[in-house]
Write a protein that binds this ligand. Sequence first.
Ligand code: FAD
Length: 413
Amino acid sequence: MSPDNAPLVIVGAGHAGGRAALTLREEGYCGRLVLIGDELHPPYERPPLSKGLLQGTVELAGCSLCDSARLTELGIEYLAGNPVKSLDPAQHRLQLADGRWLDYGRLLLATGGRARRLPHVPEHWANVLYLRTHDEALALRAVLRPGTRLVVVGGGFIGLEVAATARALGCSVTLLEAGSRLAGRVLPQRLSDALLALHRSHGVDVRLNVAIETVQGSLQAEAVQLVDGQVLPCDLVVVGIGMLPNTELAAAAGLEVGQGIRVDAQLRTSAPDVFAAGDVCEFRLQPEGGFQRQETWRNAETQGRHAALNLLGGELPFEVIPGFWSDQYDWSLQTVGVIFTTEPAASRIFPDGGFLLFYLDSEQRLLGACGWGPGNSVARDIKLCERLIAHPGPLSACALADASVALKQLLRS
Ligand code: FAD
């Protein structure tokens, strides 16, 4: 067992880990607090990596949760570039890459994930890039030049956002998606169609239902060959085919791991005094529901905060109305609650081409909504939908579909 005065330790200095550390201090915890990261930067948010930071309108400081000076001021011991190599829950201790052992009183695992690699591509090919970290975003930014022939592999959010940014920077972009529609794993058909139309209107050569035979090249990628025999010459390949949660540390220590590190309602793992949060965390949103992981800003933010409260001895069950957004060109997609890939119960169409889709349960209560529109035009409605989800009551599908009925009015009734 660890000594009584052993520190609170957070492994993973990304969004969830960084938010947890800051929350612990905000909540008045003044004991020893150690934050361990394998990147060199202070904790930062990742959404700008595929948007402003890639385009050059935002720098690291604009994504950081706090800078090094603030960590020092708060007395947060930040061990950067020193990943945890092993965990010994029975002894309440862990070992760092530099060989040092560290005791902990309570521990938070917020190790996030890494980009899934494209098989059979040599790791040393410098023009096949992935996007998960700030440094990877800078490496990509350096080579997105007017006229660069870019092939994006993957029609999920990262691939689509990279494609949009690359077009804004003057690259010629071909986007390859294995499925029959864009972001089809998470979005309804109507949104996939809207994304497809938007990207095509901006000159992206989107190919659906395609499979890659091989990436040709000797010292670097020179062309992508498709299974149907087509060869797409390229200067650069960006791969956005999902992420793999960093569960290995937990699994090797004997913690229960499914698709992520499994936690109970309080975000406690199967090991005593060890919690998990963020992309790596597999949790149940409802006690009777199945386990799920969420790879979103909102999840990292809320679980990071929540885990901090429970590290301090709280017994609060984690509850959140999920949601995410994606910005592409000058359009934005926002979701709240539980959305499905199937047809919605009601849709509200706006004159600017934007729309809201609503998902209802069997008692006509709002389960989730997604909005699509120019700029931030759907943000207000999505916030109102969040309130409708939080205060459930039966809703009329006709009223939801009628753009002349203010959502605020439905909230009041
Ligand atoms: P991370 O932020 O990945 O942090 C985990 C940290 O732990 C990393 O620094 C990792 O290196 C470190 N680590 C791993 N193993 C160890 C170890 N053994 N020892 C020490 N440290 C370790 N979400 C949205 O809702 N909207 C968006 O528009 C959006 N855009 C995104 C764009 C990009 C390019 C990316 C990559 C993600 C985006 N997301 C978006 C998702 C969101 O950013 C993530 O869900 C969030 O960053 C997850 O936070 P996390 O703390 O769980 O993981």
